[in-house]
Design a protein. Structure first.
Length: 653
């Protein structure tokens, strides 16, 4: 084993029946860090998994008419499938229903109990089942809803075992203050210090009102609190109490990467469990922000979940990984937008990277029959390109040590842009006109191919397909596959004489308008095809006629809306921005009718608006509804309007 180790974890995820882009956000970040450290010759351990016990699992399984084990088995399979599609290379996927893990959790409970830090009592208080979290009256601040998820809490009275968090409060606070790197970013560290200083109460660590959990080893009437169970996975997975050599090799963890909503469990409960076990604490816990939509945090109840599988189907795996790591500063909240994703693909992947590769390979193919030329005498502009590569490697190294993924990628893209500028500075197309300058042309094109080899290597931690797509075209896949970080600091590893394999641009530009138009058409078709085909809230469909029930129709809030203002959206030849009145409110709506209507002829028209459509951003403009229109096979389109004057806001019934 390498003397250098690096242990990184994600939380183990609750088996929700629908994964969203937020799950991918955390896991891709941890995977990228593990891949980066592996390139730096660390012996890496990357852990993820599933949190499968608890009252909410028992209830969900019951609602689905399944046993808890059967219910989680099906959903865990979707986790693993998504991680595979995203190119996530975890070293171990732990399940808390694994007998080895359950045994370790019971031993941990027993050790802490025998130390005198767990005692029996009675719990009376508020509990959020969806979050599996206990709350005091003080924390609820008079509200009877969970501060984390906003759902109602339940009053619970039951016999329970309690863990003496309060005993370790001062010791934990001292550790946090002495080790500012322990909780990051700094804003989260301050939150946790304030939370501890406000007073820690002992934690209920067992339940008696349900059975789906690990039995308390000293009392079969109790099951262990799900968070005590789940947090222990970080040491049970690496051999705690079963493989001392492995455990001592990897522990303490270098970083736990978690969402900010579960930071309290990881920086208060988990460290105190470790203190009670006389084990060292993890070196860092990083609480990243949420990836939101325009309607807030993603949740099934809000209907605003962004499906990563659908995004991979539409755009491919690397654009999704790139967007997640590049768009938002890790640690801060960010808003997901499909439009922003497409713009990143077009500007960064297509214009910058794809264009650099295509231009370079095309010139080698054209001027040297595809054979990578020998470099000749070096000029200052060549030295500058090489030095920029070294500077970029150092910048990425520093950024990744601080989990600044977006900063690291910005440094990498600066080098890509610098390489494109190198083409403009050296003007290969002019050099090619003069046979006496063929040696100089060869030097320029060799440097560009070598820059692409280094760029592909630097991309390896972040993207899982693009480095090898580049490698195929410059005929250096073998070098890229085995490249370590130190290899990238050596200019000239690619031997001249290899033949490039010119291909199509690896990232064609995406027409935003066409994408949304196609998406809307597909969604309308799916809605038509699937009306009534399942779901408890859908009425049964007549399979022969495709009819829907009246109840389904009433779900649409169709209203009369008067167009008050209309204007073209800059940069688009299909979209108009409308301001419409619904009587007691005004809305902004984007409509794809610019080819059929001039803005001025729309003012004063009364149209039909779908008023309860989820808001969306289209071409950078927020749209709060959809105007109805009819079109025929020849492409003619007409708005749906009302025959007689009727007040704005009137409902279509």
């Amino acid at each position: 084993m390498s003397e250098k180790t690096f242990y990184v974890t994600t939380p183990i995820y609750y088996p929700s029946d629908r994964l969203h882009i937020g799950h991918a956000y955390t896991t891709v970040a941890a995977d990228t860090l593990a891949k980066f450290k592996e390139m730096q010759d660390y012996d890496t351990m990357f852990l993820t998994g599933s949190d499968e016990h608890g009252q909410k699992i028992e209830r969900k399984a019951s609602e689905a008419g399944k046993k808890p084990g059967e219910y989680v088995d099906e959903i865990v399979a979707t986790f693993k499938d998504l991680w595979k599609r995203l190119g996530v290379d975890y070293d171990y996927f732990i399940r808390t229903t694994n007998p080895d893990h359950e045994k370790v959790v019971q031993e941990i409970f027993k050790k802490i109990y025998e130390k005198g830090d767990i005692y029996k009592g009675k719990y009376e208080g508020w509990y959020c089942t969806p979050c599996e979290t206990f709350w005091t009256e003080r924390q609820l601040e008079g509200e009877k809803v969970c501060p984390d998820c906003g759902r109602p809490v339940e009053w619970v009275e039951e016999e329970s075992y309690f863990f003496k968090l309060s005993k370790y409060a001062d010791r934990l606070l001292e550790h946090i203050k002495k080790h500012p790197e322990f909780i990051q970013p700094e804003s989260r560290r301050k939150e946790m210090i304030n939370f501890i200083e406000s007073g820690l109460e002992d934690l209920s660590v067992s339940r008696t009102t349900f059975d789906w959990g690990i039995p308390v080893p000293i009392d079969d009437d109790h099951v262990i609190y799900v968070w005590f169970d789940a947090l222990s996975n970080y040491i049970s997975a690496i051999g705690y109490l079963s493989d001392d050599k492995k455990f001592n090799h990897y522990w303490p963890a270098d970083v736990h990467i978690v969402g900010k909503d579960i930071l309290r469990f990881h920086t208060i409960i988990w460290p105190i469990i470790l203190m009670a076990l006389d084990l060292p604490l993890p070196k860092k816990v990083f609480g990243h922000g949420w990836l939101l939509t325009e309607t807030g945090k993603m949740s099934k109840s809000k209907g605003n979940v962004v499906d990563p599988n659908k995004l991979i189907d539409d755009f491919g795996v690397d654009p999704i990984r790139y967007y997640l790591l590049r768009e938002v500063a890790f640690g801060q909240d960010g808003t997901y937008s499909t439009e922003a994703l497409i713009k990143r693909i077009n500007s960064d992947l297509a214009n910058d990277l794809g264009n650099l590769l295509h231009r370079t390979v095309t010139m080698v193919d054209k001027y040297f029959d595809g054979v990578i030329p020998e470099p000749g005498v070096e000029k200052e502009v060549d030295k500058d390109l090489k030095n920029y590569a070294l500077k970029t490697l150092d910048e990425i190294d520093n950024s990744m040590d601080n989990l600044k993924y977006a900063v690291a990628l910005e440094s990498l893209w600066n080098f890509i842009r610098r390489s494109n500028k190198y083409i403009d500075q050296t003007t290969p197309w002019i050099l090619a006109r003069d046979e006496d300058k063929k040696d100089r042309l060869g030097t320029v094109l060799y440097n560009l191919i070598e820059a692409l080899r280094i760029i592909a290597g630097m991309l390896k931690p972040f993207l899982v397909e693009t480095p090898y797509m580049i490698g195929e075209q410059i005929n250096a896949r073998d070098l890229i596959e085995k490249a370590s970080w130190s290899d990238l600091k050596q200019w000239g590893l690619l031997s001249p004489g290899r033949k490039v394999k010119k291909g199509k641009p690896i990232y064609p530009r995406i027409d935003i308008e066409e994408y949304f138009e196609r998406l809307n058409n597909n969604e309308n078709k799916e809605t038509s095809d699937n009306k009534g085909k399942g779901g408890n809230d859908m009425a049964e469909q007549d399979k022969n006629t495709g009819t829907i029930s009246f109840n389904d129709f009433t779900k649409l809030d169709l209203r009369v809306a008067e167009v008050k203002e209309a204007e073209k959206i800059e940069g688009s030849n299909k979209l108009l921005k409308l301001k419409v009145s619904l009587g007691d409110e005004e809305r902004q709506v984007v409509a794809g009718i610019a080819k059929h209507y001039n803005p001025e002829e729309l003012v004063g028209k009364k149209v039909i608006l779908v008023a309860n459509l989820e808001p969306a951003t289209i071409f950078g403009v927020k749209s709060e509804g959809m105007v109805l229109a009819a079109s025929n096979d020849s492409g003619e389109l007409t708005l749906t309007t009302v025959e007689k004057d009727i007040s704005s806001g009137s409902q279509v019934k």
